[in-house]
Design a protein around this ligand. Structure first.
Ligand SMILES: Nc1ncnc2c1ncn2[C@@H]1O[C@H](COP(=O)(O)OP(=O)(O)OP(=O)(O)O)[C@@H](O)[C@H]1O
Length: 247
C-alpha cells in the first residue's frame, strides 16, 4: 500500500530537480535557466549569489511554488510537492522576500497573521491568540535578540532592521522545514545584517534547512555556496564569494 506521506530513505530535506524557467518574449520565449538541480539538508545554510537578473529570485520562488513560469520536481523529506496543495507546500517551504509587508495595528498582530488566516480557514478550533499568545511571541522575539521590539509598536514605525527581524520571527514561528530567504539582509546596516544572520543560524541549528540569496560579502555561515550565472549553477568557495561580494 502506498501513502502520500511515504518517504524515500536517505532523501534530502529539500530537493529540486529539472527546474526550468521560460519567460515569454518577443521571439516566443526566453529560457532563464533549464534543468537545474539543487538540494538542502537539515541544519544547512546554502547561499546563492550571482549577477543581477541571473534568476536567483526566480529559482527561489520556483522552490516555493510561487512562480507560474517555472517547472520542476520538488520534494521535502522525499515527499513530492504534487501531493500537496500550494498552501500545504508553503507551510513547509517558506519564502521570505527582502521586504515583507507587516500588516496589522501592532507587531503582535502582524506576527500572528499567518495563524489568524489558519483560524479563518477553519484549520484550528482555537483563536489565533490562543494558538499564539503574546507571551509566546515575546519569548520568541527575546530569544532571537529582539527584546528592543515592543509588541504594541505599530509595524510601520519599525526601523528597517527591526522590520526585517520581525518578518523573520513571524516566518520562524510558523515552523517551516525549509526557509527561502531572498536578500533579507540587503539594505541593513552590518549590525542588523549580522543579527538576521545569527537568527537564521540558530534556526538551522534546530534543524531548519535554509537557502539564502545574498549580495553581501560572505558571513561564513553557509555550509555550501553557489553562483547562478548564464543559466548554470556553480559551486563556489568562500574565497570566490569574498572576491565577488560587495562587503
Ligand atoms: N514574471 C516575469 N516576467 C518577465 N520577466 C521576468 C519575470 N520574472 C523574472 N523575469 C526576468 O527573469 C530574469 C531573472 O530575474 P530574477 O529577479 O530572478 O533575477 P535575480 O538574479 O534575482 O536578480 P537580482 O539580483 O537583481 O534580484 C530577469 O531577466 C527578469 O527580468
Amino acid at each position: 500500500m502506498t501513502s502520500q506521506t511515504q518517504q524515500t530513505p536517505a532523501s534530502h530535506l529539500f530537493e529540486a530537480t529539472g527546474v526550468t524557467c521560460q519567460i515569454p518574449s518577443e521571439n516566443g520565449s526566453r529560457t532563464i535557466f533549464e534543468d537545474l538541480n539543487f538540494y538542502v539538508d537539515r541544519g544547512e545554510i546554502v547561499d546563492l549569489t550571482g549577477p543581477s537578473g541571473s534568476g536567483k529570485s526566480t529559482l527561489l520562488t520556483a522552490f516555493a511554488r510561487l512562480n507560474v513560469r517555472t517547472s520542476g520536481t520538488f520534494t521535502v523529506n522525499g515527499v513530492d510537492s504534487s501531493t500537496m496543495t500550494p498552501q500545504q507546500w508553503r507551510e513547509q517551504v517558506s519564502y521570505l522576500p527582502q521586504t515583507s509587508t507587516l500588516m496589522g495595528s501592532s507587531v503582535a498582530e502582524a506576527i500572528r497573521l499567518p495563524f489568524t488566516f489558519k483560524v479563518r480557514m477553519g484549520e484550528s478550533e482555537q483563536s489565533a491568540e490562543e494558538v499564539l499568545p503574546d507571551t509566546k511571541i515575546r519569548a520568541m522575539l527575546d530569544s532571537i535578540g529582539c527584546s528592543d521590539i515592543n509588541l504594541d509598536r505599530k509595524p510601520r514605525e519599525l526601523s528597517g532592521g527591526q522590520a526585517a527581524r520581525v518578518s523573520l520571527a513571524r516566518t520562524l514561528l510558523t515552523e517551516p522545514k525549509v526557509l527561502l530567504a531572498d536578500e533579507v539582509d540587503a539594505g541593513l546596516d552590518p549590525e542588523n545584517a549580522d543579527l538576521v544572520g545569527q537568527i537564521m543560524q540558530e534556526a538551522a541549528e534546530r534543524g531548519m534547512g535554509i537557502i539564502r540569496i545574498r549580495h553581501r560579502a560572505t558571513d561564513h555561515r553557509a555550509t555550501r555556496m553557489y553562483e547562478l550565472a548564464h543559466g548554470q549553477l556553480k559551486v563556489i568557495s568562500a574565497e570566490d564569494a569574498e572576491q565577488g561580494g560587495e562587503a
